[in-house]
Design a protein around this ligand. Structure first.
Ligand SMILES: Nc1ncnc2c1ncn2[C@@H]1O[C@H](COP(=O)(O)OP(=O)(O)OP(=O)(O)O)[C@@H](O)[C@H]1O
Ligand SMILES: [Mg+2]
Length: 364
């Protein structure tokens, strides 16, 4: 059984709109953060996200410092099974971010990440469906980097070589001459990296689509079939030849035209692209199901139950979907769940069974 992770308390200092605030979740697994628009509900979830992933879900580090202040500091008490952990992060723009857990100063962010996993579901997540392919590659890459450290290393290496190869193509174009021997040195390193990344993305898609379907079914209580299709040049059995044959085109366009940097992921409901024809509620349900699948994969790989952060999640969902969703997150495999909600009627609705702790931000 994965270890349960719980955040017990968080102290937020000079972070976005907070000067100095302590939020005490106590030993409660289910919390609703409520308060008016603009009061700081999302900012609080972002602070918990930052403590997990060493970055904000929405903004650059500098934008997180409260206006007219020069640093921010977050401190959180966690409970993992029987162990207490105190994490402290401080950030001043002129210095590196500092991460300390139980007095141990982490030398690198990569070493720190993974101890306090969270899954955040936020209103702008449907961008994943609506925006361009880069958004989808980033989403799946973030997950792959968390479950396989060698993926992160290989992806960075691949991106670095791609950049160098493109710079070289520009240089050749300017010189009106291609040095194929030099390009081959790059291609020999690049092709196995692309193959590795393509296989990892393809395997992930195979496993994540059935879990997404499971959650979609239970939220929507429908028989709508989800299809997630991975599109990549590298899936072609003749990819190496295609890559080599594209050299003239690459030279003309001064960039690498084939490879994993062009990959995309199609999301369909039945045979119909969700992007074009899905209603807002269907798009939202799909993204929530996909994020729940991410939760399950992370939980199994890290052997820790992540904290689920649900920001304004109920907007656009009908009563049935809302009801099923709240039921799903209240039980296994989910652990601690923190929901934000501005609409007091929905707070009352969620808390019908009185087992949610309600924290009103303006009363802190
Ligand atoms: N660096 C900063 N310094 C000061 N205030 C900031 C900073 N960054 C954001 N804010 C303020 O935080 C407020 C937004 O907070 P947040 O998004 O958490 O609100 P919310 O309670 O989630 O509202 P909603 O119900 O509309 O989603 C805005 O008023 C914004 O001006
Ligand atoms: Mg908000």
């Amino acid at each position: 059984m994965p270890n349960n992770l719980q955040i017990i308390k968080i102290k937020v200092q000079n972070f976005k709109n907070y000067k100095y605030t302590l939020v005490d979740f106590g030993n409660c697994l289910h919390t609703i953060i409520c308060g008016a628009n603009g009061i700081g509900k999302t900012n609080l979830l972002d602070a918990i996200y930052f403590l997990s992933l060493t970055k904000s879900a929405f903004h650059s580090d500098k934008q997180l410092i409260k206006h007219e202040e020069i640093f921010f500091r977050l401190e959180a008490d966690y409970h993992i099974e029987d162990i207490d952990k105190k994490a402290i992060v401080t950030y001043t723009p002129s210095e590196k971010k500092s991460f300390i857990v139980n007095n141990y100063h982490y030398p690198s962010l990569a070493e720190y990440i993974g101890q306090f996993p969270v899954i955040l579901i936020a209103p702008n997540d449907t961008d994943l469906i609506r925006e361009g392919s880069e958004e989808r590659r980033r989403f799946f890459d973030t997950l792959l980097c968390q479950i396989d450290k060698s993926y992160l290393q290989k992806l960075s290496e691949c991106n670095k070589i791609l950049k160098q190869r493109n710079a070289l193509l520009t240089h050749f174009k300017e010189q009106r001459n291609i040095n194929t021997t030099l390009l081959e040195v790059y291609d020999e390193q690049l092709l196995p990296l692309m193959e590795f990344i393509c296989t990892a993305r393809s395997n992930l898609l195979n496993s994540i689509s059935s879990i997404t379907q499971k959650y979609y079914d239970s939220i929507a209580q429908s028989t709508e079939k989800i299809n997630m299709i991975y599109q990549s040049d590298c899936l072609d059995i003749d990819f190496k030849n295609h890559f080599k044959n594209a050299l003239q085109k690459d030279y003309m366009l001064e960039r690498t035209t084939q490879g994993i940097h062009k990959d995309d992921f199609d999301f369909l409901l039945g045979d119909i692209p969700i992007k074009k024809f899905g209603s807002q509620g269907q798009q939202k349900t799909f993204v929530i199901a996909l994020k729940f699948a991410t939760f399950e994969i992370l939980r199994n790989t890290l052997n820790i139950t992540p904290i689920l952060l649900l920001d304004d999640i109920l907007d656009k969902l009908d009563q049935n979907r809302t009801e099923h969703l709240m039921k799903i997150v209240s039980q296994e495999p989910f652990g601690q769940v923190i929901v934000t909600e501005a609409n007091i009627h929905r707070v009352e609705y969620i808390n019908q069974k009185k087992n949610w702790k309600i924290i009103e931000i303006d009363k802190l």
